[in-house]
Design a protein around this ligand. Structure first.
Ligand SMILES: [Zn+2]
Ligand SMILES: [Zn+2]
Length: 291
């Protein structure tokens, strides 16, 4: 399994590769543009080429974009829906241009309207995104943490979203361990992990699992709050991560950390906690490749 983390693009998207090498990451996730705004990333061809060269030289095993936080596909606000679809199309096109593997997004909030009534809207929006881009990148729905009106918090909701969006092979799921735990999936014990994975199999299917977001949880089981903790420092704990890392159903896809580290985000220490639990030798920080 490939292990990496979410890294900063401060100073340009190619800088993410330097950070990756500094934390021993084999795969990365980035926000190509400010996640709190709709502004898209305008990138000229020399910059794109510089990134592609650097990523190839670093032999990264994957690069995933995380879509902006404003996206909501479960809304009856047509302006918001249109912007959300447009933003995902932009990211999918950008992924094709930079050779990134896919785009992870949170489906949004129904804001009290209910999941079932908004499901056709979500399905239509996803079909539109995929129709409007010829990008080969994957489009991954991530399970959410469970704040009000949460869409895609339960595994059966993820399954329903993929079903209604059609059978485009680019669609997949990103499973966030902290968000699942916040929704009552007890990933801290063997019994809980087995139950959660059985439910995931029955409702989504592991053939559609493409990525894991590896985050411990600062809040208790079922707290419905999104508070990421470093691996082993939260309520999921090392036992839970050891069980998940050694389960072939989860161990066959890349794992991306989104933990606080020492305040700078995912770091070598967290990468190596996962590697140790997976029975792998520790990673060493490689110096950034010179261009
Ligand atoms: Zn996540
Ligand atoms: Zn989160």
């Amino acid at each position: 399994m490939l292990i990496g983390g979410h890294v900063s693009t401060r100073g340009g998207i190619d800088k993410a590769v330097d950070v990756a090498l500094g934390i021993g990451a084999e795969v990365i996730q980035t926000h190509p543009s400010q996640p709190q705004t709709w502004r898209s990333l305008v990138i000229d061809e020399p910059t794109a080429e510089a990134y592609r060269e650097k990523a190839a030289a670093a032999r990264l095993g994957g690069h995933w974009f995380h879509a902006v936080y404003l996206i909501n596909l479960a809304t009856s606000d047509e302006v918001l829906l249109k912007r959300s679809v447009g933003s995902l199309v932009h990211y999918m096109d950008l992924a094709a241009r930079l050779g990134a593997d896919g785009v992870v997004f949170h489906p949004g909030s129904h804001r009290g309207a209910g999941f079932e009534p908004m499901l056709p809207t979500i399905g239509a929006a996803l079909r539109e995104v995929l129709e409007r881009t010829s990008s080969p990148a994957r489009l991954l729905v991530e399970n959410s943490a469970g704040q009000g009106g949460c869409v895609g918090c339960r595994f059966e909701e993820l399954g329903a979203i993929l079903d209604i969006a059609g059978d485009d092979p680019r669609l997949g799921v990103c499973l966030d361990t902290c968000h699942a735990f916040a929704n009552g999936y007890d990933l801290s014990t063997a019994v809980g992990v087995q139950a959660a994975l059985a439910e995931f199999q029955a409702t989504v299917g592991f053939d559609r699992l493409t990525l894991v977001h590896a985050n411990d949880s600062r809040v208790e089981l079922g707290a419905k709050r999104d508070r990421h903790a470093n691996i082993g420092e939260g309520f999921i704990g090392t036992a839970g991560f050891g069980l998940m890392l050694n389960d072939p159903r989860l161990g066959s896809v890349p794992w991306v950390l989104e933990v606080p580290g020492e305040g700078q985000g995912p770091d070598l220490a967290n990468v190596n906690r996962l590697r140790e639990l997976a029975g792998r030798a520790p990673a060493v920080a490689r110096v950034p490749v010179a261009r």
